[in-house]
Write a protein of this length. Structure first.
Ligand SMILES: Cc1ncc(C[n+]2csc(CCOP(=O)(O)OP(=O)(O)O)c2C)c(N)n1
Ligand SMILES: [Mg+2]
Length: 367
């Protein structure tokens, strides 16, 4: 009857492949198609340039509140790359890079931040949910989709995101518990960007890692350098493969950093030190990936200038399209269900009739 450590079947590991200076662990480096590497870089850069443009538009009063993903581009992009087209992805609003990879047009993403319902509509054939804002609600949706995937038995998986703050919500734990018990094909990704608005990671949980929470739910946990696109791809591929072949869920903690503000409604200078940001700046996923591609001979100066110009043109075109967009106000219920309920149909008809009356030319004065 000894007293001894409990032997647990699940593992918690940490993974990093690409160092901040572009050096790579060649034993762990995935063999990726050079064309894919270039496309991944282009997507990451599009996301960064979009972020910069969106901030300017918001400050000029041309966009609603905006939540930047600066510094976190590799985490969602790596996950999106590791999924197949028919797999599901459930984003928060920080997964811009991943959504761009999945096929969301820049223009649609501007509509989302502009407050238009059309910005919540995934492009045809893209199996992503629209952004859900309530913290950790994504975990429940992802778990439900994973359950659906399992019941249908078609080998599909679901990757779902939440933030470090999200791990303090019941939804996160309930979803993981359910996914563990029912062995669901779920890849639960936590973007640990060290802040939940003004609450630091240290006040979020006393556990050393977020990845280790997996153990309590009977699944493996992997802590990944979330600013390392190669590590994110390798980790997600493993988790996806396991999920697809009946091995159940995985919790991935992507360790990253929110280099910018929470949203444009926030001033981080009020609660965090500039030194902390400076410490993370050299670990920027974009700089790191760029250095890697340069070392591999896949990116040179003329190539970069070309990509820069293409992205600038793409974003300006999207801004024009966004600013020309005119919403039909009666559209506000359009995207809630595949088919409108009779009640919503009636509300929509009532609103349309009201708008017609309101905009009808005034009757000619009676002489
Ligand atoms: C249930 C709920 N409570 C509060 C909010 C307001 N809110 C939006 S984001 C956020 C912090 C989220 O932090 P984290 O989960 O770490 O994600 P991050 O913003 O860092 O990506 C809060 C409190 C919300 N959206 N939903
Ligand atoms: Mg956070």
């Amino acid at each position: 009857m000894p007293r001894e450590p409990v032997k647990l079947p699940n593992r918690v590991e940490t993974l990093s492949i690409l160092a901040a200076d572009g050096r790579v662990d060649t034993d762990l480096e995935p063999a990726l198609d050079p064309a894919d590497l270039r496309r991944l870089y282009r997507t990451m850069l599009t996301c960064r340039r979009f972020d910069e443009r969106a901030l300017t538009l918001q400050r000029q009063g041309r966009l609603g509140t905006y939540g930047p993903s600066k510094g976190q581009e590799a985490a969602s992009l790596g996950v999106a790359y590791a999924l197949e087209k028919d797999d599901w992805l459930v984003p928060t609003f920080r997964e811009t890079a991943g959504l761009l990879w999945r096929g969301w047009p820049v223009h649609t993403w501007l509509l989302y931040w502009g407050g238009f319902e059309a910005g919540n509509v995934p492009p045809d054939g893209v199996r992503d949910l629209p952004v859900s804002v309530p913290i950790a609600s994504q975990c429940q949706y992802g778990m439900g989709l994973a359950w659906g995937c399992k019941l249908r038995g078609a080998g599909r998986v679901c990757a779902t995101f939440c933030g470090d703050g999200g791990t303090s919500e019941g939804d996160f734990h309930e979803a993981l518990n359910f996914a563990g018990v029912f062995n669901l094909p779920l890849v639960m990704v936590v973007q640990n960007n060290h802040w939940a608005i003004s609450v630091p990671r240290s006040r979020q949980t006393a556990s050393q890692t977020i990845a280790q929470k997996a153990i309590a739910y009977g699944m493996d946990g992997l802590q990944v350098d979330g600013n390392d696109i190669l590590a994110m791809i390798v980790a997600t591929r493993e988790a996806v493969e396991k999920a697809r072949t009946g091995g159940g869920p995985t919790l991935i903690e992507a360790v990253t950093y929110r280099l910018s503000m929470h949203t444009t409604a926030d001033d981080p200078k009020k609660y965090r030190k500039d030194d902390e940001v400076k410490e993370w700046e050299p670990r920027d996923p974009l700089l790191r990936f760029r250095a890697y591609l340069q070392k591999k001979g896949l990116l040179d100066e003329p190539g970069e200038r070309e990509i820069d110009a293409e992205i600038a043109a793409e974003i300006e075109q999207a801004v024009r399209q966004y600013e020309q967009y005119r919403q039909d106000p009666a559209e506000f219920v359009q995207y809630m269900y595949a088919e409108l309920t009779p009640e919503l149909q009636a509300q929509q008809a009532e609103l349309r009739a009201y708008l017609e009356r309101k905009h009808a030319p005034a009757p000619a004065p009676v002489s």
